[in-house]
Design a protein around this ligand. Structure first.
Ligand code: ZN
Length: 318
């Protein structure tokens, strides 16, 4: 069994044909390993963009790829993909988070009008795997590749960040440090099914309509954090950001709280998050912010005075 770790670089470009922005892939980089996780081959190709004419300054800054390099590559997405198909073979494809595979699907769909990658048989999200192995799994914030490499004390000075092949190599080092074949196999998905694409392209979102049938209203209550008694709800639910919020009071302790509850719709579940903050704490925090702002204003005033003074001092003599 071969493992193929793929990393892509892309440039966001407006497509006249689609009348929307597309993440156009400009570089493929990958490493291929044998079943013992020894690198046997690497892959690196630049793609001449066909949708966007020029690279965004952010992409240029991040990758150090230039427009000239891409033009002189004289290479299309279709050609690169054909080469990559050969490179991948029947191996397991791994990417750091799903954003790379989603971008690959997006580009494939742009040129071939289907979301299904016919050359892909097995896929594993390496980021999710590393998070699980490190026990740092957190649904609200994902582990970055650099952060993971740092945790694992991987020396990466000789690798340039945000270049496809080097990022693929860095991902490979992370996998190598955390390699556990049965665990990796258990997190590898068969990519030939309809369900795989439904799941991977599903966009998680917060539910902000209280009448949405995915909301379990029986969960919309709070117990007092001190005496554990069920508290009384004092206000109607209102939307605050991505959460439903309402005031609660404990009839025993007479304390007031702001209760916030969010429902995030995922492919396989609705994730519920409940948070309780005492009203007193909120008031104190508001006062602190107000005080800081006032203090900031005074400091700013002081600084401008100092600046004006130093400006006067540096005026060149005629
Ligand atoms: Zn209480």
């Amino acid at each position: 069994m071969n493992y193929i770790i793929l990393d892509l670089e892309w440039n966001t470009a407006f497509s006249n044909k689609k009348q929307k922005y597309v993440n156009e892939i400009i570089e493929f980089g990958a490493v291929k390993t044998d079943e013992n996780l020894e690198i046997i081959e690497t892959f690196s190709m630049l793609i001449t963009p066909q949708i966007g004419k020029k690279l965004n300054s952010r992409v240029k800054e991040l990758t150090h790829i230039t427009n000239e390099e891409l033009t002189s590559a004289h290479n299309t997405f279709s050609h690169t993909l054909k080469c990559f198909e050969k490179f991948l073979g029947k191996g397991v494809l791994l990417t750091w988070s799903t954003s790379d595979i989603l971008t690959l699907i997006e580009n494939y769909n742009y040129y071939y009008h289907t979301e299904k990658l016919p050359f892909l048989s097995k896929y594993c999200n390496l980021q999710a795997y590393c998070e699980k192995m490190l026990g740092v799994y957190n649904r609200s914030s994902q582990l970055g590749l650099s952060a993971c490499a740092e945790i694992l004390e991987i020396e990466n000075e000789c690798l340039s960040k945000h270049r496809a092949k080097d990022d693929a190599i860095m991902s490979f080092y992370c996998l190598k440090k955390l390699f556990d074949e049965p665990k990796l196999r258990s997190m590898t998905e068969l990519a030939l099914t309809e369900d795989f694409y439904k799941k991977i392209t599903f966009k998680s979102r917060f539910i902000t309509d209280i009448n949405n049938p995915n909301i379990d209203k029986s969960l919309m209550f709070f117990d007092c954090p001190k005496c554990k008694e069920k508290m009384s709800q004092k206000t109607h639910w209102s939307i605050k950001g991505k959460s439903f919020a309402s005031n609660f009071t404990c009839n025993n302790c007479k304390e007031e709280y702001l209760g916030k509850i969010s429902f995030k719709l995922r492919y396989d579940e609705t994730a519920v998050n409940k948070k309780l903050v005492s009203i007193e704490k909120i008031k104190k925090e508001q006062e602190r912010i107000k005080f800081q702002k006032e203090k900031g204003k005074v400091e700013k005033l002081k600084n401008t005075n100092v600046k004006n003074k130093s400006k006067k001092n540096t005026v060149k003599q005629p």
